[in-house]
Design a protein around this ligand. Structure first.
Ligand code: PMP
Length: 304
């Protein structure tokens, strides 16, 4: 991967990406005591001197909460200000993904969160489709999604992504594109880095936020816009068998956007995905600022 945006925010300064480096003794590298955000930006198709960031406020708020789990006070406004300046410094010309990261930056050993230095950096990468928009095959993972009583799943805690990584690799190495993880209650939770929706007879179902899912910002946006166009969305626990008999299943996330699921294990799902496609198109229109109803979801940043 060499399509990083040229400038990073590191140690409270903007520096060339190649100069933003940390020590091998960094505490967070050893203990997974970091947390990150992930948001997409793109040049406004109507005005290339303007960058649109989808739901910047919510992303900053979630990262601030993730930082709180790490005993790090980092107000959302401070993150938002740094990201705005980061975009300005980079002058992106293509769609990109921003990765802000908070972490224990001390060089000491021993896992802990108290009395330890924390830091915050930001880098970016040009990013097109993360998963095929035509759809993906999913394996039900043998790895279970963690439980909130073991770690704060409402934060994007870096250490938690070992489970996502195990699940994704297990799926790919056995011939699938993506993994769907069950939770310890035996219900469907989410994919390796996406939330999940199931459509049956015109009704949309998605696991509630108490099912050990990440509170996805795309998920939240889709629930709202589906309801706004008169679709019924029900947040309730989902059984594995429902994935097999669904009319449509899709994954949602900042990177994945809305990605249809074509196959679950060896069960092929119907190939026309009318509601998934409708929601995907609507979300795309919103992120490109073509839908005035949701203008407050796209944050414009002028490059001038
Ligand atoms: N679940 C996990 C584990 C994720 O990493 C992500 C990506 N951030 C999501 C769900 C989707 O969240 P969002 O829509 O906020 O990107």
């Amino acid at each position: 991967m060499d399509n990083f945006l040229p400038i990073a925010y590191f140690q409270e300064k903007f520096v060339p990406f190649a100069e933003a480096n940390i020590s091998i003794a960094t505490h967070a590298l050893h203990y997974g005591t970091g947390a990150f955000g992930g948001m997409r930006g793109l040049p406004n198709p109507q005005n290339p001197r303007e960058i649109l960031l989808f739901r910047l406020d919510r992303h900053c708020q979630r990262l601030s909460q993730s930082a709180q789990f790490l005993h790090y006070e980092l107000p959302a406004e401070q993150i938002q200000k740094a990201i705005t300046e980061f975009v300005h410094q980079n002058q992106p010309q293509n769609p990109f993904y921003i990765r802000p990261f908070v972490y224990t930056s001390d060089l000491g050993i021993a896992p802990r969160l108290h009395k330890i230095e924390k830091s915050f950096f930001i880098y970016g990468i040009e990013l097109g489709d993360y998963l095929s928009p035509d759809g993906v095959s999913c394996r039900i993972s043998s790895w279970l999604r963690q439980e909130d009583r073991s770690l704060p799943l409402r934060g994007k805690i870096s250490g938690a992504y070992i489970t996502s990584s195990l699940a994704k690799t297990e799926a790919v190495e056995s011939g699938f594109d993506e993994a769907i993880l069950m939770n310890t209650q035996g219900k469907v939770s989410e994919a390796s880095g996406m939330n999940i929706f199931v459509i049956r007879q015109g009704r949309i179902f998605t696991p509630p936020t108490d099912q050990d899912i990440l509170e996805g910002i795309t998920r939240d946006s889709l629930i709202q816009l589906a309801r706004d166009i008169g679709l019924e969305v029900v947040e309730r626990p989902i059984d594995k068998s429902e994935l097999i008999i669904a009319d449509e299943v899709f994954l949602s996330g900042t990177a994945a956007k809305v990605t249809p699921v074509k196959r679950v294990e060896n069960f092929v799902l119907p190939s026309n995905n009318p509601l998934t496609q409708k929601l995907r198109d609507k979300l795309t229109a919103i992120t490109e600022n073509r839908d005035p109803t949701y203008q407050d979801w796209t944050f414009p940043i002028s490059l001038d």
